[in-house]
Each structure stands twice: as C-alpha cells, then as structure tokens.
Design a protein around this ligand. Structure first.
Ligand code: ZN
Length: 678
C-alpha cells in the first residue's frame, strides 16, 4: 500500500453540506542556484489566497503557482491536476505548509471536499496535516485591506495587516461578514458585495461581474424608469459602441473632459488599424451626426432617444465596485427641442425621475440641485444633479445627472431647422439635453442600508422579498409532523407568489434554521417568514424584517394583505432612517472656522458662497488639511480630502442681507452644498 493510499483511507464520501477545500502549491522566486522550497496552501475554496500575503507569511519573494515539473520533482506526482494532500507524504525535501484559519474554525465533524474523489472530516484533516507543522494564516486579512505594491514587495513585513486586525468582527461566522462597517468601510463594502453574491471580481482591473441579485435590482430600476420616460415620449434606440477619432473630437470642450479616460482600439488580430477607433465614454458625438441628418424640419422636433447600454471610461484612480468602474451599465437619454424652455422643462422632469429611482425604489434620500461651472458636464450649458450622502464616511456622492447642452452641440453638429416664423428668419439650432443614470445607484444603496450581517435590500427592488423557512423541527419531531410543516410552508410560499410577492422557500433539513437565518441575512432578503409547530397550531406565521429584526405575527388568513403592508412599511422605514441621517448631517455653516470641523464630524455643508471658480478651488485646497494644518495626500483612503461643491440645492435657505461668501470677501449669491465626496 502506497503512502498516498494511507491518506485516502482517512477519506469519506462527500455530503450535501461539504465545504470545498483547495490545495495549492506555490514556488517562490529564488536565485537560480538555490533549490526552491515549495509552499503548500490549504484553504477553503471561497478564501482568496493573495500571493502577497503568502510571501509575507513565509518570508519569501513573489510566490507563483507551481508548474507541473515541480509537482513531479518534489511530490512524485505527474501534474498540478493530479495533486492531492496525500502526496505530501511523498515530498522529496522540505516544504512549507500554510493552513487557512477558516478551516481551523470549522466544526470537527465538518466534511471537507478536497476534490471530486476525496472528502475528509475536518478533525482528520487537521490531525493529518499536523505532522507537516502547518502555519495557520488568516487570509481574510487580505480582503480587509488591499495590499499596496510597496508592502507586497517588502517580503516578511506584516505591518500592513496589523492595523486592520482590530476591524475583525468578534463573533463573525465563517461565511458571514468578518469586517466591521464602522472600522474598515471599504473592506466591509467589498465583503458585503461578494459574500452577498451581488458581484464578483474579474481579471481585468476595474471591471466586475454583476451577479443575478444585483442585475435583478438593475432590471427593476430599468422597468420603472423606462415606463416614466416613455410616458413623456422618449423612445429607445441603440447606437454602436465605437466612435471614430474625427467624430469624437468634434466638440473640443467635451473631448477635453473625457480624453484621459477614452479607451482606443488600435489593433485587430495582428494588424494595426489604419485609424484607431475609440470606445464610447458617452454617446453625444456618436449620435448627433445622425440627429443632424434626421432633423430636417421643425416638425421633426422634438426628438427624444434613449439607450440602455454600457460605456467605458478607463480611469486610473482606485476602482470601487459600482462606484468607479471602467465599464458600467447605464441609460443615456439624448433629446433635441425647438425651444430652450421645452428643453429646460425636460431636464428637470428627468431629474425628478432620477430622484424617484433613489427615493422611491432604493429608499435613498437625495438633494436636487445644480452643479457649479467647474463641476458641470464638459461642453454643456448647465448640469442638474441629485446628490446622496454616505453616513459612514460622511461623504457626498453624485447620484445621477441631467444636462442641458444648450446649442453648443447643435451648432457643432449642425442640428438645425428652418425658422417656424418663415424663411426670412435665421435658421434655428436645436436645444439639446443629455441625461444618464448608471449602476452606481446600486453601490450607493448598499453602502447606505447594509450592515455587519450583510446586505439590507429595500423590498421594492429586492430580487426576492421573502424567504419561507420551516422552524422548530428537532429530533423529537415525528416524520409526519415534519411533513405537515413542510407542506404548510410550501402552501404559504405558493400563496405569496400567487399574490405577486417575490417569495421562495428553503426546505433543506441538512441546515439548521440558525445557519439559514445567517445566510439570508447575508443576502439581504427583506422578510424572513418562520413557520413552526406553534405557528401551525395558531394558524399564523412569524415574519422578521431584515433591516431592524422587527417581528410580526401574521394570521395565515391575512397573508396576502399583511405581507405587502409589512414590506411597504419596511421600505418607508429604511428611507426615513437614511433621511434622518442625511438631514442631521447636512448643516448650515456661515463662518470658515467652522467649515473643516463640520467636515470632520462627517457632515456635508450648506454655505453661503460667491459662485466664483477660484474661490471654489481655494475652498477645496484649504479644506484638504487636517485640523492642525498638516498637509496630507488626497487619496481614496484619506479621511480629510478637500471639500468639493456637490451642488447648489434648488431648495435654498434664506440668505441674510449683504451676507458674505464663506471663504472670500465677495458677496454670497446662494447657498451651495460642499462636502468630501466620492
Ligand atoms: Zn467666495
């Protein structure tokens, strides 16, 4: 019997609740003359094992996944594909073994699935691995804080991890969120999205996969918004994603605003393109040549087209899922009108729809207003916006923008008609708008509502609104009673679905109700419906809200009316809670000395302001300092970045007579909202 076979003797058959485990072998970088010491990493399949962390833990340089030759020379095993932990017994020389703490935290009886053939209990695996003196490593450290290039190259340094340890949640379950929202917001955000299955990372930096739970939310938004714009005469169309440089560069201010982020196709297969082709960062210049062609008479106006598409903006700033991504989904509406009034009316109409997406669907309060000259859309006349607020970081976030382009583009692209007053009058250039709302909305929603247990989703947009769970079944429960509880639970689910409530049930007896509760809390299912023997006796069901754990007892006879009411109340309460946080952190500040302290209290600020761009820049620079005046780098993590103007709200506090600008000696013309922002 070979040594490998003695390992397989420990193995058992896989079970439904087996946890998949991976065994990876890394080869560190060593001088050519030296014999490399392989590093074997045993971790849960779901654990991300960053090579920088492996390097740090083993004091090695640049470990890479080993190639087949190392498996052959070191473990007498043909290839990486054939390798299993049994081969460790055949090692030709020393190796290092790293063991994921997540495995250590499993129950002894937990079955771990090593590959299609081999499964083993956790206790047997620990015992087996003990002979190789494993070092246990908390790989979740890596998820909490992105490792910078600098720290990754300084092998053996563990400093980057120490400060994040305090953010680990004390009682976090293995599958749950292990980072505290208060202590490490970006690490928390990343975990909530990935563990909640909203999104996955992709091997092109800045690009992400939208998984069904987040795409379902996008579809809800699409349907709602699409109905609204169709009701005001907008039609959907689709234009190509490619744009020639000649056309892209036609409007100078516009292209200046986008140039650094434009991605270009320069090659097809192995041949260089004669002329590089840009991928749209937005479609003004793609669409408007055709507007010029199609609009021949004032009777052709207005033209109102919208497209649901994706655009590419090749940003180099630190990417953030949903908020700053190189490709994102959005809608872009482009309309042309005969009169300025007609166009301006639509700009505000669309802005109301955008505010509706946030407030009515996502339970996120926003402030509507106008962007400053500095922050407006490149090439447009003015930009209106709805601005949100992220309480945890105290930062403002641009929600969606609706632009009036005036006649800038119509003059450039010659979108003109004869004057309705007669041919003796000069021809009229169309007044245009463009407006866009992107998947960023989903990120804002997650940041505002979700918590340390996972996602919290507003019922109106959640893919699933209710999960029905049989409870109170234990060893003493008879098979007959268990069957009845399951049957009744399924009836509840079916009745809810018939009433157009998005419900599903989980009748798997291999998991405890507690485990299921945690799972569905992680995924943000708005309402948990528990049905057990007591509920059955009383002809009721117990409903628990995800946002605040509030419990309701609902008579089975009232199911179809009560559950929608509870969901609607939850939606309202989520909005009110977020609104109360925004309202209490939006403060009027009239003296400069109070400005930075208010920012540091995580507030956004309404301040009397002169409206002058130099003053706006001065405010940003002057507020980009800590209280003690110490300079700092305005990067993504810095809490004391400078305050930008977010918008000039349409709803204005009253200016005092002769009130001066908060920063300079000019007269204030309005209250403008300032804040640190995303
Ligand atoms: Zn000023």
């Amino acid at each position: 019997m070979s040594l490998e076979n003695s390992f397989s003797k420990l193995c058992v058959s896989a079970q439904a609740d087996s946890l998949a485990v991976k065994s990876l072998v890394f080869k560190p970088k060593t001088p050519k003359s030296a014999v490399p010491v392989p590093i074997v990493v045993v971790a849960l399949q779901t654990t991300s094992t960053a090579s920088a962390l492996i390097a740090g833990e083993t004091g090695t340089k640049d470990p890479r996944l080993a190639r087949d030759d190392l498996f052959a020379s070191h473990f007498k095993c043909g290839s990486a594909k054939d390798f299993n932990l049994g081969h460790l017994l055949q090692a030709a020389s020393e190796f290092k073994l790293l063991l994921d703490t997540a495995i250590e935290h499993c129950q002894d009886g937990q079955i771990l699935k090593l590959n299609d053939e081999l499964s083993i209990s956790k206790s047997d695996l620990s015992h087996y691995l003990q002979q190789f003196q494993p070092v246990t490593v908390d790989f979740s450290q890596e998820a909490k804080k992105p490792i910078t290039k600098a720290s990754a190259s300084s092998a053996g340094s563990t400093t980057p991890y120490i400060q994040t340890k305090s953010a680990a949640l004390e009682d976090a379950k293995l599958i749950g969120i292990t980072v505290d929202k208060k202590l490490d917001f970006s690490g928390w955000y990343q975990q909530v999205l990935t563990k909640g299955e909203m999104l996955d990372y992709y091997d092109v930096s800045g690009c992400y996969i939208l998984r069904p739970p987040s795409y379902a939310i996008w579809e809800k938004i699409q349907r709602w918004f699409d109905d609204k714009i169709k009701a005001i005469g907008v039609e959907n169309a689709y234009f190509p994603m490619f744009v020639s440089s000649r056309v892209l560069e036609k409007e100078k201010d516009h292209i200046e605003g986008f140039a650094p982020e434009v991605a270009w196709v320069t090659r097809a297969g192995s041949s260089e393109l004669e002329e590089p082709i840009a991928i749209r960062p937005t479609s003004e210049t793609v669409m408007y040549p055709y507007y010029a062609k199609w609009i021949q008479s004032y009777r052709d106006l207005p033209i109102k087209l919208n497209q649901w598409n994706s655009v590419v903006r090749w940003e180099f700033k630190h990417p953030q899922p949903f908020l700053r991504t190189r490709e994102f989904l959005w809608q872009e509406g482009h309309t042309a009108h005969l009169t300025k009034e007609d166009a301006e009316e639509e700009v505000l109409q669309i802005l109301d729809f955008y505010a509706g997406v946030y407030e009515e669907l996502l339970a996120v309060p926003v402030i509507k207003g106008k962007k400053t000259e500095k922050e407006k859309f490149a090439g447009g006349d003015f930009t209106t916006t709805c601005e949100g607020y992220i309480p945890q970081t105290g930062r403002g976030i641009q929600g969606a923008t609706s632009h009036h382009l005036g006649q800038n583009f119509s003059k450039m692209f010659n979108i003109s008609v004869e004057n309705p007053l007669g041919p003796e009058h000069p021809k009229v250039y169309a007044y245009q708008n463009s407006w866009g709302l992107s998947t960023r909305v989903i990120g804002v929603m997650v940041m505002i509502h979700s918590d340390n247990k996972g996602l919290v989703l507003p019922p109106r947009v959640a893919q699933n609104q209710c999960v029905v769970l049989p409870v109170g079944i234990n060893a003493k429960t008879s098979d007959e009673q268990r069957a009845i509880i399951h049957q009744k639970s399924k009836e509840v689910e079916q009745r809810l679905r018939a009433a157009r409530i998005r419900a599903f049930g989980d009748y798997n007896d291999n998991y405890t109700p507690g485990w299921k509760f945690a799972q569905y809390e992680l995924k943000g299912i708005p309402l948990r419906l528990e049905f057990g023997p007591k509920d059955m006796a009383n002809e009721q069901i117990t409903a628990v809200r995800r946002n605040d754990n509030r419990k309701y007892t609902v008579k089975l006879s009232d199911l179809e009316t009560r559950i929608p009411e509870i969901l609607e109340d939850m939606q309202k309460d989520m909005f009110l809670k977020a609104k109360e946080l925004f309202d209490s952190h939006r403060v009027i500040i009239e003296e400069w000395k109070d400005f930075v302290p208010a920012l540091n209290r995580k507030c956004v600020i309404l301040a009397p302001w002169c409206g002058v761009t130099e003053c706006e820049e001065d405010i940003k620079d002057s507020s980009a300092k800590k209280d003690d005046g110490e300079e700092f780098e305005a990067d993504d993590k810095a809490p004391s970045m400078g305050a930008k103007t977010l918008c000039t709200p349409f709803q204005q506090p009253q200016l005092k007579k002769d009130q001066l600008c908060i920063k300079c000696q000019r007269k204030a013309i309005q209250f403008t909202m300032f804040g640190r922002s995303y």
